[in-house]
Design a protein around this ligand. Structure first.
Ligand code: N01
Length: 543
């Protein structure tokens, strides 16, 4: 039975992932009341839903964790360099229990609308299940990759065997033993799932439309002596993650080191010189690989050399040269689609029970009752797995009816792409905040670092309003426009807009092509947010 919930609170929070949990914790400390509405049956957000085999984080465990409680960070023991989904979910549950957060979370509640009542300066939030909550503030902690994107392939419902979606994986897991499996999608989810499914399945056919760049994770169990020493320096590590240019990722050593790129550029270097610099990064593993040269994401010449280095690694790993060539990405600069971090991905194509089908050359025409048909062939399988991604960054808000001042709809406002001041606040939507929204570093950063920074900023703003007796805060349209221009300007100085990525909304039919995150890094972004506050909340109107 659903427990009684709070119908009138100071803050209604949508989502009980890490953002919703930390926000609830902070509000309690301030003595503000809150009600969280969560679609899932437990906490954890992305880590609650994405239970596909092989799911694990691509940021190191000791960095991908909350920093707000020294007690929590000392107490929680991570077991591997990159934590698995079950371990991260257990961590989220531990946080919820340890801080007694569940009593203000209503589970199984899908928010359908959030409407601003301007007579009372409050939000009225409704769920599909019939809950209604009124609150002074509404905070969307809905995540950036929380709305699965199904492929627009004819015949999906004709398939007679089971179909599993990576981001809606059954909690009890799936046993592929003895099965012929087909998988569509070779982004981060597919690249993590493929090696694990291949170990179990009788046969795995991978349908690849675009190859992605992937670097080895070099995952390993954590040595607890090392962890103990690392934790000794936790405060300094956190400082680097929050203020540095590495966007909160890091390449963890016991002693915190501000790692600067080895070289400003690779332009003009020979392949051998480039390899000399990149080899130690490749051997250490992880996405930090992209930080070896300062201009990888800005200079096509450096980018091309780094990309070729990875292609040569693929060629050296995959035994069949024709398969290796199919796996070599060539249609986007490295890093402009989120770089993948894998365990044994390319090696998987050396297995006898794995076939790679390039559906860029021979497009998928339809899913059939017992497999999939391309222009030239029919492939049979018993189980279909979809790892086809998300309607990223704006997907969750786009599916709700969010209305601000004068009934203005957020969908209309964002029809040509998201507009937001600092990725935190939207002009025309008073007392409404987004955590890690478009226009902030968000998906380009370690999400835990960005979540904590946004939540702290939002809670400080609420506290400022309480102390000053304000009822209402809203971004100024001119501040919002200037910020949107600045976000675009920063993006256009990079190579990011050259890829048809989900960062650009390119994976969703009809979605405006706009580079959504802020690409300047978490340190510079934090400085801007702090300056805005120091300057009397520049760009905000209070009433
Ligand atoms: O999704 P994606 P994802 N026919 O959009 C293919 C985070 N994440 O879930 O590129 C054929 O990257 C599509 O092909 P194409 C991380 O930020 C993190 O894998 O459009 N193929 C592509 O190959 C990541 O970037 C972690 O040509 C179709 C794939 O599906 C983000 O989530 C783990 C198709 C989608 O790839 C999204 O990753 C997992 C069609 N009709 C995810 N439609 C870690 O922390 C789509 N595709 C490690």
């Amino acid at each position: 039975m659903q427990k009684a919930y709070n119908t009138e609170v100071d803050v209604v929070i949508v989502g009980a992932g890490f953002a919703g949990l930390y926000l609830l914790y902070r509000l309690r400390q301030l003595g503000m009341s809150a009600q969280v509405l969560e679609m899932g049956d437990s906490v954890g957000g992305t880590w609650y839903w994405n239970r596909y085999p092989g799911a694990r984080c691509d940021a190191e465990s000791l960095a991908y964790s909350f920093s707000f409680s020294p007690e929590l960070e000392q107490q929680w023991q991570w077991s591997e360099r990159y934590a698995t989904q079950p371990e991260i979910l257990a961590y989220a549950e531990h946080v919820a229990d340890h801080f007694d957060l569940r009593r203000d979370i209503a589970f199984g509640q899908k928010v359908t609308s959030a409407l601003f009542d301007q007579g009372h300066n409050e939000w009225h939030v409704l769920t599909e299940q019939g809950m209604e909550v009124r609150a002074r503030y509404c905070v969307m902690a809905t995540g950036c990759l929380s709305v699965p994107q199904l492929p627009d392939i004819p015949g999906l419902s004709d398939f007679r065997g089971p179909t599993y979606q990576a981001s809606l994986w059954p909690p009890e897991g799936v046993d592929f033993t003895g099965q012929r499996v087909g998988i569509i999608g070779t982004g981060s989810s597919g690249i993590q799932a493929i090696p694990r499914i291949a170990e179990q399945a009788r046969h795995l056919t991978v349908f690849q439309r675009t190859p992605n760049f992937s670097v080895p994770a070099v995952n390993k169990p954590l040595d607890q002596n090392w962890v103990e020493q690392f934790k000794h320096h936790y405060r300094e590590h956190r400082k680097f993650h929050k203020l540095g240019l590495s966007s909160g990722f890091g390449d963890l050593d016991i002693e915190p080191i501000e790692r600067t790129p080895v070289a400003e550029t690779a332009e003009g270097m020979s392949a051998e010189q480039v390899a000399q610099i990149l080899d130690p990064y490749w051997e250490r593993g992880g996405a930090f690989f992209l930080s070896a040269f300062a201009d990888t994401m800005m200079n096509p010449a450096t980018n091309a050399l780094v990309a070729e280095y990875v292609r040569n690694k693929i060629r050296a790993t995959v035994k069949d040269p024709a398969v290796a060539e199919k796996l070599c990405p060539s249609n986007h600069p490295i890093g402009t689609k989120r770089i993948c971090v894998d365990t044994g991905y390319y090696e998987t194509y050396n297995r006898d029970n794995v076939t790679l089908v390039d559906v860029a050359d021979d497009p998928i025409e339809a899913i059939t009752a017992n497999g999939l048909r391309t222009g030239t062939e029919h492939y049979e399988f018993d189980v279909l797995v979809l790892a086809t991604g998300f309607d990223a960054m704006t997907g969750a808000l786009g599916r709700m009816d969010v209305r601000g001042e004068d009934g203005q709809s957020l969908k209309d406002k964002w029809a040509a792409g998201p507009r937001s001041y600092l990725g935190l606040s939207i002009a025309g939507f008073p007392n409404f905040f987004t955590v890690t929204g478009p226009g902030s570093p968000s998906v380009l950063s370690n999400m835990m670092v960005s979540i904590e920074q946004h939540v702290d900023w939002i809670v400080d703003c609420m506290q400022h309003m309480r102390n000053s007796g304000y009822q209402r805060v809203e971004a100024q349209p001119s501040a919002e426009s200037q910020w949107v221009d600045h976000v675009n300007e920063v993006a256009s100085a990079t190579l990011f807009p050259q890829a048809g990525s989900w960062y650009m909304g390119a994976n969703v039919e009809g979605k405006p092509r706009v580079f959504m995150p802020y690409a300047a890094g978490v340190g510079p972004y934090r400085e801007v947010c702090d300056e805005v506050v120091a300057d009397g909340y520049r760009g905000f109107d209070f009433m």
